[in-house]
Design a protein around this ligand. Sequence first.
Ligand code: UN1
Length: 503
Amino acid sequence: MSSTATTTYRNLIGGKWVDAQSGGTFTSSSPANHDEVIGEFPASGPADVDAAVAAAKAAFPAWSLMPAPKRGEILFRIGRLLAEHKEELATLMTREMGKVLTEARGDVQEAIDVAYYMAGEGRRMFGMTVPSEMPDKFAMAIRRPIGVVGLITPWNFPVAIPGWKLFPALICGNTVVMKPASDTPACVVRFAELLMEGGLPDGVLNVVTGSGTDVGHAIVEHPDVKVISFTGHTETGIDISTRAAKTLKRVSLELGGKNPIVVWEDADLPLALDSVVWSAYGTSGQRCTAASRLIVHRRIHDEFVEMLRKRVAALVLGDGLDPKTDVGPVINERAVERIAGYMEIGRAEADLVLGGNPARDGTLANGSFFEPTIFTEVKPDARIAQEEIFGPVTSIIPVESWEETVEIVNSVKYGLSTSLFTRDVNLAFRSIRDFDSGLGYVNHGTIGAEAHLPFGGTKATGNGHREVGQTALDFFSEWKSVYIDYSGKLQRAQIDMTFADQE
Ligand code: UN1
């Protein structure tokens, strides 16, 4: 069994901790300091996925027949255990993923919240009872478990998002094969250890580490996996959806965002400023919900940009374990290169107000850091205003009218989160009606969704499903409509009973 003290982590298959069948391994290292190796992990392949799916399939009958309130009791225990280990998990997360410790604690808290919420669902999981159109007949719809579920989780919320997907899948009675992102496998393996300690029966959760090509494809194409939930890039989501279609899988995709904060001329500017800084630079801009566009009323534009420039220039870059750090590293060197590529594009398209370069000075030299960056005078159709950069970069688009604001908000291919700062209640409600997105905020930034409301977006952000909250139960369970006729005779629906005025 692995632990954070050792550097060797293993796959979890059928309750046992095992190496990849090939014996291959890969390592994960800290984005704040590339010399700090977090651990060594199995470089798994299709044979390991086969074993994990077989274990999940074998565990399904007993787990799905366990009364849901009892499954809920196990989730309660797991929630408590996660709370007890919150600091340990958060510290591991900051080392492996880079986000600052206060944010890492929030990430773990989000998983705890979902564990408790879904534990409670063990005693609810409401179905429907409706009156029958026939006498002496009972009609209801119940939720049933589906089977083996495949979860492919991202590195930006290495504990929260596995929790978002896992706990509703489990409470509904499914068993799981999970593949963590290769940048953050230690967080997920440690999380899985705690779940097993909390009392999950062997085989109910299986974890297989490795690449998308070797492990992800095998999960997505496996005939015994019935459901796939994925969070990540839009292109990968489309590929997953296409592969999964061949075996008629149910697929939930949580993909990109290009989320705007609109700062209207009557906004409370200090409040908008706090929220913009948090939404654009929190998690180094690596949230699907990050505010990567600021749509600012021309009348307050210069004043607001100056306020923002001052504040952002004072943000301290560094190791997320250092309490003085405001902004941690980005996930790896590939991310630095991708963001730097967008700087070239941005310099040609708009005015650079601040930042624009990788940060390599002093203690940052050995990590993947990028300067918090602001562009302004950005045209709504510029690439930096349209494409997801996934880094500490925001693009300011000045506006003058409400009509053009709505048009710009909706001009991107994504539709995850939108926000408006105003004191005008009419505009507030119009934004909720007219901004095309799955999450809408008023006088609050674009990040920080709570775990008991649906999470997800419109357009290329996904394929219509919503995570967490009640909607997660709909995704992870199958409806069965049930009719019980106690009349003792043949009663033909739609035929034997007609409305009085049709007789
Ligand atoms: C994500 O970036 O994929 O609302 C999830 C938020 C967090 C979840 C973000 N609660 O920003």
